[in-house]
Design a protein around this ligand. Structure first.
Ligand code: GLU
Length: 304
């Protein structure tokens, strides 16, 4: 039997919710409600230099203003260090994690010497230098050893695959500054919270293969994935905190209504005119159930 549906919204408190992040929040809430499941919120505050004081609480307030209330107390990743350390210990024992002493300059030099282009989405594909040991360098980051091509199904994007070794390389689990990497924290916490369905913005789709590789390395179950459409600014750029997306102003009922209606519109859902947030959300759950039955169907067992 399939485990009961558990979904989540996992914002990083590096700023308030904007029009793009509300789409992911709403879609994950709708999917949980349409499945009769539970919806959780996790505040992903591991990257402390990028976190803004008070933003986690403020995001929870924005969600509540929109009628999006988690079914369990929110989990804050800054409290979860012991679980990440335990996972890292397991990976080391299994020979999957290793210390890396390379600086960015070392990686660039190794890639140039091998005649390989070093950028992918602005990130370097790690050439594996420290797989065979630190070569006298002091340890900096800890990386996961990857190989092979991963295949998975995305409920909106369809059949997906990524050659991790060629396209990403051994990736960081604990950073040189000692902070836990997003990939490790998200995989450990999705499993600890029993998440069966991940619904999040398409800007995160590229992380899925790394997360599946970690699930496999730790013997954790793989959730079903659905990546939602992004919101673009007038200049065509993806709306994000990095390029200055305005925080959602939710000061009164009309503002809440228009924010929810806009987010629903991105998901292809009409928002009933002159409805309260609760009425609008109820109509959207019914409409979302129709979308699940059609274009965002669950993968068949065995094809995840
Ligand atoms: N914390 C991540 C972000 O806000 C999202 C994590 C996830 O949904 O997997 O970009």
């Amino acid at each position: 039997m399939q485990p009961a549906y558990r979904g989540r919204f996992a914002p990083s408190p590096t700023g308030l919710l904007h029009a793009g992040s509300l789409v992911a929040a709403l879609a994950s809430w709708l999917d949980a409600r349409a499945h009769g499941g539970r919806w959780l919120v996790r505040i992903e505050d591991t990257d402390t230099p990028r976190c803004v004081a008070g933003a986690g609480e403020a995001i929870l307030g924005q969600l509540a203003a929109c009628g999006l209330l988690p079914d369990e107390p929110p989990v804050w990743q800054h409290t979860r260090g012991a679980a990440y350390a335990e996972a890292l210990h397991t990976l080391r024992e299994r020979g999957r994690a290793y210390e890396c002493g390379c600086t960015r300059a070392d990686i660039d030099a190794a890639l140039a010497a091998a005649g390989r282009s070093h950028q992918r989405f602005g990130e370097r594909v790690y050439p594996g230098t420290c797989r065979s040991g630190l070569h006298g360098k002091p340890p900096r980051a800890v990386r996961l050893r990857v190989d092979g091509v991963l295949h998975w199904h995305d409920r909106r994007l369809g059949a997906q695959q990524q050659d991790l070794a060629a396209e990403v390389g051994d990736f960081v689990l604990r950073r040189a500054d000692g902070l836990w990497a997003y990939q490790l924290a998200v995989v450990v916490d999705d499993a600890a919270q029993g998440i069966t369905h991940v619904v999040r913005g398409e800007d995160l789709a590229d992380n899925t293969a790394r997360q599946i590789a970690l699930q496999q390395a730790l013997d954790l179950p793989r959730p079903v994935y659905l990546h939602t459409p992004l919101v673009h600014a007038a200049d065509g750029h993806k709306l994000s905190k990095q390029n200055g997306a305005a925080p959602l102003a939710l000061h009164d009922a009309a503002a809440v209504r228009s924010a929810l209606a806009a987010a629903a519109g991105v998901l292809g859902l009409a928002w009933p005119p002159s409805s309260t947030p609760a009425e609008g959300l109820a109509a959207a759950v019914a409409a979302w159930a129709g979308i699940i039955a059609g274009s965002f169907a669950e993968p068949r067992e065995g094809t995840r």
